[in-house]
Write a protein that binds this ligand. Structure first.
Ligand code: ATP
Ligand code: MG
Length: 690
């Protein structure tokens, strides 16, 4: 098992019985240590199902499962490889009853939460609701209850938000629903307050491995501590220089706390980078240099100096996109990278992708946008998920409200509002209220009739979903259901463009395919919630959908250029990386305080700058063989074009040859001509031979 591991990595892999922290820079093989350690643990006789490996994203989990499978074969299947959130779901489904949660509880997404907060806070303004959402999420991540948040509120604004939080929490309980933060907070509460549950999980888990440890937050750390118990059989790997989720409550304190909380902690450092050339690594080391060091470390590479890092200075975003496309094409034409999937365009903010998407399309280069709008965020998929959620958990009011109007079925806004008031008065969920014998006193006979019909239909579906398993039966179920509710017709009627309606309907069919496949039981669950290969009922599959954010494993193998935010690129690598929009104001992101602290180097601004610098470091270190960093002289601001500056990080990279003005388009033209000629020649010779 020591194959492909250096001595320090082997040491980490072989430290089996006590707490272990691998602290090392980018590309030094931390994630590799985790996969190899999974294999090692199985080899020493620990049952696979007693190993849990926690990753930062579902995608990383899927990738790790693949790699583990490559090392130990089928045995890896039973290892719990998932995100903290997916582990939380597993714990709550099994033991949530101790907290008053039914096993079929719903998981609300961000839009549901906004809607509930609007209601709880009595506003129609989504921006206000989202501000509350943000604050509440941070509090929850710090482990504060509404009462505690109110007690420590700094001003009236915070006090009001804390009171809204209390109402919000009441509603979640009534809906038998949890939000994403609860998926960590509630399991923690479970382990803190219920000794028997805690002991069960501690006995079950023989070893816990955590990747990207630097981005865990306070509640995740507490949860980890309780899961591993006093023995501390865990392996955490991380890099303080890659901590980029401070804005979401992640805290480097977790790194500092480890040696205090686990005095036997073995700390291992890795110094060799196996990913990038020396030129790329030097730029990365230079950028991160000015940040204060928590743990000093140096990185070196034996992959040779490699291509110099290119700085590409462009007139505007269109120009930048053109040059990016030209660069990709010329690298391919030169034979330095052959697959589209060898390339990634990385940027600070989602909105930057559009111009580049257009340019790639124009050049007929296949690409995918990751970390952007997910398949599950599309309106049609959310409609279908709402139905499924309602079937799983009748008390899920947000799902009820979406399903009952998708498609519209003659139940109007007023009826729903009256139903809501009635349900509130008797403390019932909307679905329960609908079958109440006294509903007739609050609603017209016609309205009650419509609601009953809907309720009965949901009950029928629920019954069938429980008794439908296997891909084929699931497909029949889904087809019947969509026909019953007239969903295709609804899409064509609600969409002006027929093309758009058709593409939305294709999404629906894709979704059904994917659901059906899952019922077939051959595919691992991407989120790691289920790993069994048996047939599953539609009900069981529906219970896990809210957590998934990728439509299928299919995408992974596709040969596509990646467009991604820097945050979503963490942990990944590509032979050729283009960092785009590296301008002041974008990367680093606007640092001025809106409240007038402009230009003052206060502590908050300094910390944000340090996090931005780490983000740049993450970006640079994704590259294996070549790196281009581009910026534009002018950028759009509203409708105007304004002058723009290169990011200070470009100077900090301290490249010997700072800029290149060489335009690859010229080179490309020549290469194209050469290719066209070759193609012509070969066509001519084929014709002559045939
Ligand atoms: P990041 O900080 O970006 O998450 P990491 O420390 O997790 O990086 P890995 O992704 O595990 O690094 O490894 C980086 C690359 O180096 C991978 O392609 C991996 O296969 C390779 N690698 C790691 N260790 C070795 C080794 N000992 N021999 C050969 N290749 C290695
Ligand atoms: Mg990694």
């Amino acid at each position: 098992m020591s194959a492909g591991l250096n001595l320090a990595q082997q040491e980490a892999v072989n430290h089996l019985h006590g707490p272990c922290l691998v602290l090392a820079g980018a590309g030094s093989g931390k994630t590799r240590v985790i996969t190899h350690k999974i294999a090692r643990l199985i080899q020493t006789g620990l049952e696979a199902k007693r190993i849990a490996a926690i990753t930062f994203t579902n995608k990383a989990a899927a990738e790790m499962r693949e790699r583990a499978k490559g090392l130990v074969g089928k045995g890896a299947k039973e290892v719990v490889i998932c995100t903290f959130h997916a582990l939380g779901v597993r714990m709550l489904r099994q033991d949530g009853a101790a907290l008053g949660l039914k096993p079929q509880f719903s998981i609300l997404d961000s839009d549901d939460v906004t809607a509930i907060l609007k209601d709880a806070g009595g506003t129609t303004d989504a921006a206000t609701a989202r501000q509350w959402q943000w604050a509440i999420s941070l509090w929850k991540n710090m482990g504060l209850t509404a009462a505690q948040a109110e007690a420590q509120a700094a001003d009236d604004n915070e006090r009001i938000t804390a009171r809204i939080m209390a109402r919000y929490e009441e509603r979640l309980a009534a809906y038998q629903s949890v939000d994403f933060d609860d998926l960590i907070g509630l399991p923690l509460k479970l382990l803190q307050n219920h000794a028997e549950v805690r002991e069960k999980w501690q006995a079950l888990l023989g070893h816990v491995l955590v990747d990207e440890y630097q981005d865990t937050n306070a509640t995740q750390y507490e949860l980890l501590k309780l899961l591993v118990g006093g023995h501390g059989r865990f392996t955490a790997v991380g890099d303080d220089d890659q901590s980029i989720y401070g804005w979401r409550g992640a805290t480097l304190d977790n790194l500092k706390k480890l040696p205090q909380d686990f005095p036997k902690l073995k700390v291992i450092k890795l110094e060799q980078n196996y990913r990038s050339t020396s030129a790329i690594l030097r730029a990365a080391n230079n950028v991160i240099g000015p940040n204060p060091k928590l743990f000093p470390k140096t990185l070196f590479s034996e992959l040779g100096e490699g291509e110099p890092v290119r700085i590409v200075d462009c007139d505007n975003e269109e120009h930048e996109a053109e040059r990016a496309v030209a660069r990709i094409q010329s690298i391919r034409a030169n034979g330095l990278g052959k697959d589209w999937k060898d390339f990634a365009l990385l940027y600070r903010a989602n909105h930057q992708a559009k111009v580049f998407e257009q340019a790639l399309r124009k050049a007929q280069i296949p690409y995918k946008v990751s970390g952007g709008q997910s398949f599950f965020d599309r309106a049609e998929i959310k409609d279908l998920c709402a139905w499924l959620r309602l079937i799983v958990n009748n008390d899920d009011d947000p799902a009820f409200l979406r399903a009952v109007t998708a498609p519209k079925r003659g139940i109007g806004h007023q009826t729903l509002q009256n139903l809501g008031v009635f349900a509130g008065k008797y403390k019932l969920s909307l679905f329960e209220a609908l079958f109440s014998s006294s509903l007739g006193s609050a609603l017209s006979t016609r309205a009650v009739g419509g609601l009953h019909e809907f309720g009965r239909y949901v009950n029928d579906l629920e019954y069938r979903a429980r008794h439908t398993s296997g891909a084929e039966d699931a497909r029949a179920f889904l087809t019947d259901w969509l026909r019953d509710i007239g969903y295709e017709k609804h899409l064509y009627e609600s969409e002006d463009s027929e093309k758009l309606a058709a593409s939305r309907w294709t999404n629906v069919l894709d979704f059904c395919d994917w659901m059906a496949q899952r019922c077939g039981g051959q595919i691992d669950d991407t989120a790691g919630v289920t790993t069994s290969s048996e047939k599953k009922t539609l009900m069981e599959v529906a219970q896990t959908i809210s957590l998934l954010s990728t439509i299928s494993e299919r995408e992974q193998d596709q040969n596509l250029v990646t467009l991604s935010t820097l945050h979503a690129a963490k942990g990944l690598e590509w032979p050729h990386v283009l960092l785009i929009g590296v301008n002041e104001g974008l990367l680093p992101f606007k640092l001025d305080d809106d409240d007038g602290a402009k230009g003052q180097a206060n502590e908050g601004i300094l910390q944000r700058l340090q996090e931005e610098r780490r983000l740049m470091y993450v970006g640079i270190t994704r590259a294996q063989r070549s790196l281009a960093v581009s910026w534009t002289r002018r950028r759009k601001k509203g409708r105007e074009m304004v002058a723009a500056q290169p990011s200070r990080f470009i100077a900090e990279m301290a490249l010997e040859k700072a800029t290149t003005r060489e335009d690859p388009r010229e080179k490309l033209k020549a290469l194209r001509a050469e290719f066209a000629k070759k193609a012509q020649d070969s066509a001519a010779s084929t014709a002559a031979n045939g």
